[in-house]
Design a protein around this ligand. Structure first.
Ligand SMILES: [Zn+2]
Length: 301
């Protein structure tokens, strides 16, 4: 039985929308007023000319982080040879897994056309330009990964159900999502960068995500709330938002928005707060309050 979130309490209220915590499954769901998956909002998620989200310099850093993701996947189970990366970005992680880590099958899904074209045409990868639930795979995979995807979809539970069918026995599932329990979310509430209500439809806590995976027969192997790629940036941007009373100015500038005078103040605050946020997140490494949830689960064979 898939949970319909009928019994809930309001966890947060933001400009007419409610974030409702389900009393049964623990997921935090954005209320129907603004909820609803709209594929068209992802058509400009990646830039038309490059397929990237940021300028060339930042994309180099992103590419390096994608190599780190590939290494993490390889270390999950070094004899794995096939992977499905759901919401595969521009495809760099899959590309590195094939090129350097002995993966024979590296398949992705990507609904945004610019990134889809980049991974198909430039990286020559097998990518599907459709939602996971609409694809009929006639095979299973040793590894399935979702990096910051599950919070974007309308039916995370249906995703987990389908993933359990697509994963080989003893295969590994890696999911990373923003952590609704994050210290900065509790501190700055609506200014939290991880909120992104334009795109995010469901929020997770370590307990709720674990419970969802256990329901579909997974065994939890590892759970962490620190990410070198996300944690410090998310905390810092959230605190800058809170202090300046504005929303994600620095992040939007990195994404190509016009340079305005506000950016000076934001950059200064960013530089000052970054080391502090790095330290806080490092201390929280083994606690539940870091910025992300990275969970590794095994499918019982
Ligand atoms: Zn529920």
């Amino acid at each position: 039985m898939i949970c319909c979130h009928e019994k809930y309490e309001v966890a947060m209220e933001i400009s007419g929308a409610e974030l409702r915590r389900c009393r049964d499954c623990g997921l935090v769901v954005v209320s129907q007023k603004i909820r609803g998956f709209a594929p068209e909002i992802y058509q400009d998620y990646y830039q038309e000319d490059t397929g990237g989200r940021f300028g060339a310099g930042i994309e180099c850093v992103v590419k390096a982080f994608r190599f780190v993701r590939a290494l993490k996947i390889f270390l999950l189970k070094s004899d794995s040879r096939s992977i499905l990366d759901i919401g595969s970005g521009r495809g760099w992680t899959l590309y590195f897994l094939k090129k350097y880590f002995h993966y024979e099958t590296a398949v992705g899904t990507q609904i945004s056309l610019p990134a889809y074209r980049f991974s198909r045409e430039k990286l020559r990868l097998e990518i599907y330009n459709r939602d996971l639930l609409a694809i009929d795979f006639s095979r299973t995979f040793d590894v399935i990964s979702l990096w910051h995807i599950l919070e974007h979809v309308n039916q995370p539970e249906e995703y987990v159900e389908k993933i359990s069918q697509l994963l080989s026995d003893n295969g590994r599932l890696l999911i990373e999502v923003p952590n609704f329990n994050a210290w900065s979310r509790r501190l700055v509430e609506k200014y939290w960068l991880g909120l992104d209500l334009k795109h995010h439809l469901t929020f997770f806590t370590p307990a709720a995500l674990s419970a969802l995976l256990l329901k579909y027969g997974f065994k939890i192997e590892k759970i962490r709330t620190f990410s070198l790629e996300y944690s410090t940036f998310t905390s810092t941007q959230s605190l800058v938002n809170f202090i300046s009373g504005s929303q994600d100015c620095f992040f939007c500038w990195l994404g190509g928005e016009k340079f305005g005078p506000k950016i000076y103040l934001h950059t200064l605050l960013f530089v000052l707060l970054f080391p502090l946020c790095f330290l806080v997140n490092l201390i929280l490494y083994f606690f539940d309050w870091g910025e992300v949830i990275t969970i590794v689960a095994q499918k019982n064979g």
